[in-house]
Design a protein around this ligand. Structure first.
Ligand code: FE2
Length: 373
């Protein structure tokens, strides 16, 4: 824990069942561009939100794909500019919310995402377009972070982009939107939130506020994720999951994530795992190695959660994942021993890997991956 810290959370948060249908009074713009994935467009959720915006011009972009590419970002930005959007709403999982962040900036900053992203020479100075994020899964936390993750289609490299202009103006937390999420997605997105909370907790940049948020989030997730998985209509569990995902998001927005997320990028970009699966598959192993430099703190978390040791916590998390039919071995994703060196090298590229409370180098990461092959 770092006793000297700077805490900033500029996002307004509104949370209530059904609130996504009643956000008109919060929208400052007159021309609203709503970004979602094809599913949320087909099932009418995007349209319902647009229909309740009272007299505003609304345009939809429904082509957000999982692991959004820079090309999709540019396509959406071009359409948003053409309509003169003064409000961008991201509706969906992390992909839609991340794309909304950069598109809301590109409406007035001009150019392509490639001008700003990894290797680009320009910087985004400010954002004049209102940015609203409405999560429909309980996991990403993207609605309260200033991070977007985008994939370069040509190189297949998936990298996070951080910008002060990416903080949403408004996060709309509506548990009703998660009621129809299927069990497999409930499991993977919920475990992503668990990773956010625990990575913020053991993070070298953690502070007393993020620690309190993380402990609260991990406890709520452990108490509710299996209930939401087993019974999608358990509204209490659904509400607890979207709120704990939000709390975990606020926590890691202050610290960033660590090795789990760094290693997840090649697992999604190159082996097709969903983000939550790619993160949680290394989670038990990372809990075990967190004792290398954060033994006392991790023992305190284990005790707070009712476990005798950190090893018991790691095993319980692994058992929980198995009980939700989640993969816990890399070979379940089709990964072979010959792939480990490459995953190690790509996983060590993001700077966040070094926020892990254990030595992260070619040898240690390879050993960790081999242990869960
Ligand atoms: Fe994540």
């Amino acid at each position: 824990m770092n006793g000297d810290f700077n805490y900033r959370m500029p996002v307004q948060i509104i949370c209530a069942a059904g609130v996504s249908k009643a956000i008109s009074s919060h929208i400052k713009g007159k021309r609203v561009f709503i970004l979602s994935d094809p599913f949320l467009f087909a099932n009418g959720v995007a349209q319902t939100i647009g229909d309740n915006l009272e007299g505003r011009q609304v345009q939809y972009f429904s082509e957000i794909e999982p692991n959004p590419t820079c090309e999709s970002v540019d396509l959406a930005a071009e359409q948003a500019r053409r309509m003169g959007a003064d409000c961008v709403i991201g509706l969906g999982g992390g992909s839609s919310l991340d794309v909304a962040k950069i598109v809301s900036c590109l409406t007035t900053n001009g150019g392509s995402i490639y001008d700003y992203y990894s290797g680009g020479t320009q910087t985004i100075e400010n954002r004049q377009t209102q940015l609203v994020c409405i999560p429909t899964t309980a996991g990403t936390g993207s609605e309260v972070t200033n991070v977007g993750v985008f994939t370069n289609k040509k190189t297949k490299v998936k990298m996070p982009m951080v910008n002060q202009a990416f903080w949403p103006d408004l996060a709309v937390i509506d548990p009703e939107l998660t009621y129809t999420v299927p069990p497999a997605v409930t499991a993977s997105t919920g475990m992503d939130a668990f990773c956010h909370a625990i990575e913020a907790y053991w993070n070298r940049e953690s502070n007393p506020i993020s620690d309190a948020l993380s402990l609260s989030a991990v406890k709520m997730i452990l108490q509710n994720i299996k209930k939401a998985y087993d019974d999608p209509h358990d509204l209490g569990a659904r509400e607890a999951m979207i709120i704990s995902s939000l709390i975990a998001g606020i926590s890691f927005s202050q610290t960033r994530t660590t090795g789990i997320h760094a290693l997840s990028f090649p697992l999604t970009a190159e082996f097709g795992a969903s983000h939550g699966t790619a993160c949680s598959i290394t989670l038990p192993a990372f809990i075990r190695i967190s004792q290398e430099q954060a033994a006392e703190k991790m023992a305190a978390m284990a005790g707070y959660l009712g476990f005798g040791t950190v090893e018991e916590l790691a095993q319980a998390v692994e058992d929980l994942m198995v009980s939700m039919n989640m993969p816990v071995r890399l070979n379940q994703l089709g990964i072979q021993e010959k792939d480990l060196q490459h995953i190690t090298e790509v996983g060590l590229t993001p700077a966040i890997v070094h926020l892990t409370p254990a030595e992260m180098n070619t040898q240690t990461v390879y050993t960790l991956l081999k242990s869960i092959l």
